[in-house]
Ligand binder design. Structure first.
Ligand code: PMP
Length: 351
């Protein structure tokens, strides 16, 4: 700590991302990437940009990409915002749309970037406990707040709210912005985009990092009422008016244009998730029902931290959180059938 640091920087507790190991041969099941890779059309679109595009500035409005996304979801282009990964989109939301006079509500077990952003932007927060089955209870969000955010499906639990339950939270809080973080929605959740024309306080955020397998390209988006999107544009243009580079704009648009690839690969992940869930149950794990591309599970006899360490020694990395109530759990990303077999075989030898 230096005397030149501001009080804000002294107080920050930065987000600690999942490990990105340098060793290639590890079976990497720790940060919820999609192992199948993006559509070949994405690679083609990026290659085209490499030929002629790099010397030119990108479109500051990402107009073509926003139009493609708008068409895909049946909304207007001025209802779509894009950024460098949904983490950046969420940063702009916390900065510009969540009020500072009342606490922001989010589940007490959830994506750990939310409290980090609250710290960074000086926004008070109040974690709302999950119920005994690790589920979000919509009625718990009927309390004064400066905004609400939750992932659906939730992370790291994988548990999902129905659209009716999401609507209960959005409709019950007409004076607050409600953000539904749909990073994992394509693996079995129901998107709330259909509600944005009915609820001017609803923002849905999504990412291309998961089901569209583009974590390295860094593209995320938000969909909502045009006035909410305008607020995000104001924040964005006060930082950096070129949020997405040319490769990201072209690649992301191509990803939405190849629906067949998207449907096929996400279905493979879903099928494998069911097989891995059954395999874990056979090996003595309790597995929460997951609508995501990971499972959250705890062994009836073995401690989570010890299991994570033992798997690591066998070259398999999964995520363990050293946090109350979930410190016995492992969050395991669904990999390819071969990777999942390696996991199940390794667990068979350890247990
Ligand atoms: N929301 C949730 C719930 C996540 O788990 C993640 C991935 N860590 C993100 C948002 C951010 O994803 P990205 O920035 O890659 O779009």
């Amino acid at each position: 700590m230096s005397k030149y640091w501001s009080p804000l920087v002294r107080e920050l507790k930065p987000y600690v991302p999942g490990e990105q190991p340098k060793m290639q041969r590890l079976v990497k099941l720790n940060t919820n990437e999609n192992p199948y890779g993006p559509s070949p059309r994405v690679l083609e679109a990026i290659r085209e940009q490499l030929d002629e595009g790099l010397k030119l500035y990108p479109d500051p409005e990402s107009e073509h990409l926003r139009e493609v996304i708008a068409r895909y979801y049946g909304v207007a282009a001025n209802q779509v915002f894009v950024g460098n990964g949904s983490d950046e989109v969420l940063a702009h939301i916390f900065h510009g749309l969540l009020k500072q006079d009342r606490p922001i509500l989010f589940p007490d077990i959830t994506y750990s970037f939310y409290p980090v952003y609250c710290g960074l932007y000086g926004v008070e927060s109040r974690p709302v406990p999950l119920d005994e089955n690790f589920r979000i209870r919509p009625e718990d969000y009927d309390q004064p707040n400066g905004g609400i955010i939750f992932p659906n499906p939730n992370a790291p639990t994988g548990c999902c709210l129905s659209l009716k339950e999401v609507e209960r939270i959005v409709g019950g809080n007409p004076d607050s912005v409600v953000v539904v973080d749909e990073a994992y929605v394509d693996f079995g959740g129901e998107t709330a985009v259909a509600l944005v024309d009915r609820y001017p306080n609803l923002l849905v955020s999504q990412t291309l990092s998961k089901a569209r397998s583009l974590a390295g390209l860094r593209v995320g988006l938000a969909i909502g009422h045009k006035d909410l999107i305008e607020a995000l544009n104001r924040v964005k243009n006060s930082f950096n008016s070129y949020p997405l580079d040319r490769l990201a704009q072209a690649g992301a648009a191509a990803a939405f244009e190849d629906d067949a690839w998207f449907q096929e690969t996400r279905q493979r992940v879903i099928d494998e998730r069911e097989r891995v869930t059954a395999g874990l149950a056979e090996r003595g794990f309790d597995v929460l029902p997951s609508a995501a591309n990971f499972v959250f599970c705890q062994h009836r006899e073995h401690k989570g931290a010890a299991l994570a360490q033992a798997l690591r020694e066998q070259g398999i990395i999964v995520r363990h959180f050293d946090k109350p109530r979930i410190d016995n759990f492992l969050r395991i990303t669904i990999g390819t059938p071969e990777q999942n077999n390696e996991l199940l075989i390794a667990l068979g030898t350890l247990l």
